[in-house]
Design a protein around this ligand. Structure first.
Ligand code: SF4
Ligand code: SF4
Length: 252
């Protein structure tokens, strides 16, 4: 196994909303387990583009997702902004990932600018047996207790950084762990170096079920996932979330 994964700083996933119409079990954005209808504002997307320009960053790929991104009330404006960026940065791949579920989503898909690639996962049910058990926190398992969580996993390398209403993270998944636990450690400025993400990995990968395998396991090689296993830390975090949603500072 590799001795840790670096975050690809030229790839980013933007979780524009946590609203979803499918509510899958084991969702690694906790859309079902800890629902939240918070969306990123167009001002926040504008700030991301402004930072990109000021820092002269060039993106290999910008991926729009969520939640279900087509349920964002201003998704067409967000896609217009990113398509405009793409028109001036031809080498950047701009993608939107959708579950392709239901009439509202399928209607909105039709108005996607041609420059944006649609990745349609065509989900048909909340039960996805090939998901990984996201809510198994390594920190709750004796054999992982003293792990070096800064080693992260393949997702930070393959998918790159995450951005959500609360800031930048080592990956999109980490951003959703933070919004449920309420550590409020999202970076409010675009990170330029690996080291800026190290404290986030140390804290958030400790709760992430993807850390258990670290490397990518092809779906066909995974054990079918039954139900929604949750370890102690997650049970407690969801129960606290239900009582009172953590107060988080926003990116802006
Ligand atoms: S469709 Fe995706 S975002 Fe929505 S609940 Fe399922 S896994 Fe989560
Ligand atoms: S272990 Fe989880 S939080 Fe950490 S990099 Fe991987 S997906 Fe992100």
């Amino acid at each position: 196994m590799k001795n840790g994964y670096e975050t690809s700083l030229d790839l980013i996933e933007i979780d524009v909303t946590f609203k979803c119409n499918l509510m899958c079990y084991n969702c690694d954005r906790s859309c079902r387990q800890a629902p939240e209808e918070r969306h990123m504002s167009t001002e926040q997307i504008g700030k991301f583009l402004e930072e990109t320009q000021k820092k002269n960053r060039s993106w290999k790929r910008i991926r729009i997702l969520g939640g279900e991104p087509y349920l964002h009330p201003e998704i067409h404006e967000i896609m217009r902004m990113l398509a405009e960026y793409k028109s001036e940065n031809r080498d950047t791949v701009v993608e939107i990932v959708t579950n392709g579920y239901g009439p509202e989503v399928n209607k909105a898909i039709k108005n996607t600018p041609t420059d944006i690639i649609i990745k349609n996962t065509k989900k048909v049910s909340q039960y996805n047996k090939k998901f990984e058990p996201f809510n198994i926190a390594p920190v709750d398992k004796k054999e992982y207790l003293s792990s070096d969580y800064t080693k992260a996993c393949w997702i930070t390398e393959e998918c790159g950084m995450g951005l959500n209403p609360y800031g930048y993270y080592q990956c999109g998944v980490a951003g959703s762990i933070d919004r449920v636990f309420g550590f409020d450690i999202g970076l409010k400025k675009m990170p330029d170096e690996q080291q800026q993400l190290t404290p986030l990995k140390k804290k958030l990968c400790a709760y992430c079920g993807h850390f258990l395998n670290q490397k990518f396991i092809p779906p066909e090689a995974r054990k079918p996932l039954i139900g929604e296993p949750q370890t102690r830390s997650w049970k407690m975090a969801y129960s606290n979330y239900k009582k009172q949603k953590p107060s988080m500072t926003v990116y802006l």
